[in-house]
Design a protein around this ligand. Structure first.
Ligand SMILES: Nc1ncnc2c1ncn2[C@@H]1O[C@H](COP(=O)(O)OP(=O)(O)OP(=O)(O)O)[C@@H](O)[C@H]1O
Ligand SMILES: [Mg+2]
Length: 324
C-alpha cells in the first residue's frame, strides 16, 4: 500500500506546563477527508499547526505529501493549504486584493494571480462582494475568503481548522460542497470540527482526540457500530422516569442516560429484544409513548469516548486553567 499522505508518529508538544500533544499518531489516506474531533483544548489546532509546519513538535515526527514537516518544511509548504481557526485576511484590503496578494506570496505572476483570484471568487460565490473591503464582510464571507485564499495554488493537502464554526446552515452547506469538490479534484483534506454532523457528512475517516492523543478512530459507521445499538424510550408520564430507569438498567446492565425528562436511552446488549423491553416496562406499569432500537449518533459516540471513566485520565496539569 502507498504511504499515507499524512503520517504523524508520537507527536508531543508542550507549552510550559501544558502538555498539548501526548504522543499523537495519525495516518490519512490520499484523496480522502479525515475529520479530527475533540473537545476544546484537545490539541486539534496544535496538531494542525505542526502538520502545516507552523510549529515544531517537541518529539515525534510527521510527514505530509512525502516530506518531513520539520526537515523539509519548505517542500511541505509548497504542497499544502491551510485555513486556520482564526481568519487570516487583511481587513483593509478588498476580497479581490487579498487574493491577489496571496497569489503573489505564492510566487504567481501578477497576471496569474489576478486570473486565479477572479476564478475562485466566481466559483465560491464571492464575486459580488469582491471589491468591498474584507473588514466589512460577515463572519461567513470572511471564512469563505480565507478558504479561497488557501486554494490559490491547488494544494495536494488542505488543512481546515474548524472551517464552518459560526456559520449559518446555508454557508456551512456551501463550504461542505466546496470541500467535496476539492476532494473530487484529488485534494486530501484534514479538517477539525466541533460539529459531529459535519464529520458524519464529510469525513471518510474520523479521528477523535482528547488530552493530546487519539482515543478513537474509524469510519463514522464503524464508530457507531462499535458503540452498539441503543434502546430509546419515550414515556407517557415523566414522573415514571426513575422507575423506568431502574427497569432499563436491570435489563441492559447500563445506567440509562436521560436526554429529556421523559426520555431514556441505554445501550442494547446482545440478545435483548425490543419486545423484552416493552414487556418489562409494561409489567412495571409504565406507559410508554414510543420505544425504539436504533444506531447511536456520532454525538453519542463522541460523548461516550470523551467521557469514558474506564479510560485513564493523563496526569494532572494546568491545561484547563490555560485553556480558559
Ligand atoms: N501558544 C500556546 N501557548 C500556550 N498554550 C497553548 C498554546 N497553544 C495551545 N495551547 C494549549 O494547548 C492545549 C491544546 O490547544 P489547542 O488549541 O490545540 O486545542 P483545540 O483542540 O484546537 O481546542 P479548540 O477546540 O478550543 O480549538 C490547550 O490547553 C491550549 O490552551
Ligand atoms: Mg482549535
Amino acid at each position: 500500500m502507498d504511504e499515507p499522505i499524512i503520517v504523524a508518529e508520537g507527536l508531543h508538544k508542550r507549552f510550559g506546563d501544558v502538555h498539548a500533544l501526548r504522543g499523537l499518531d495519525l495516518a490519512v489516506r490520499a484523496g480522502t477527508v479525515c475529520g479530527v474531533l475533540g473537545p476544546n483544548g484537545a490539541g486539534k489546532t496544535t496538531a494542525v499547526r505542526i502538520l502545516a509546519t507552523l510549529a515544531d513538535p517537541d518529539a515525534g515526527r510527521a510527514r505530509v505529501a512525502g516530506h518531513d514537516v520539520v526537515r523539509e518544511a519548505d517542500r511541505v509548504r509548497a504542497r499544502i493549504g491551510l485555513a486556520g481557526q482564526y481568519a487570516a485576511v487583511d481587513e483593509r484590503l478588498t476580497g479581490r486584493e487579498n487574493l491577489r496578494m496571496f497569489g503573489r506570496l505564492h510566487h504567481l505572476s501578477r497576471a496569474a494571480s489576478k486570473r486565479r483570484a477572479d476564478e475562485l471568487l466566481e466559483r465560491f460565490g464571492l464575486a459580488e462582494a469582491a471589491d468591498r473591503v474584507a473588514g466589512g464582510y460577515s463572519g461567513g464571507m470572511r471564512r469563505r475568503l480565507d478558504l479561497i485564499a488557501s486554494l490559490i495554488v491547488t494544494p495536494q493537502v488542505l488543512f481546515l481548522d474548524e472551517p464552518t464554526t459560526g456559520l449559518d446552515p446555508r454557508s456551512r452547506g456551501e463550504i461542505w460542497d466546496s470541500v467535496r469538490e476539492l476532494v473530487s479534484d484529488g485534494t486530501t483534506v484534514l479538517l477539525t470540527t466541533q460539529y459531529l454532523d459535519e464529520a458524519d457528512r464529510l469525513a471518510d475517516d474520523v479521528v477523535v482526540i482528547d488530552h493530546g492523543r487519539v482515543i478513537g478512530q474509524g469510519t463514522p459507521d464503524e464508530l457507531k457500530a462499535a458503540l452498539g445499538d441503543h434502546f430509546d424510550v419515550l414515556l407517557e408520564d415523566a414522573s415514571t422516569l426513575s422507575l423506568a430507569s431502574g427497569v432499563l438498567e436491570r435489563l441492559t446492565g447500563s445506567v440509562p442516560v436521560t436526554p429529556a425528562p421523559d426520555r431514556l436511552s441505554a445501550p442494547a446488549p446482545a440478545g435483548l429484544r425490543l419486545a423484552d423491553v416493552v414487556r418489562e416496562l409494561d409489567r412495571a406499569d409504565i406507559s410508554i409513548a414510543d420505544v425504539s432500537l436504533r444506531r447511536p449518533t456520532l454525538d453519542e459516540v463522541f460523548l461516550h469516548l470523551t467521557d469514558d471513566p474506564a479510560r485513564p485520565t493523563p496526569e494532572p496539569d494546568t491545561r484547563n486553567e490555560r485553556a480558559a
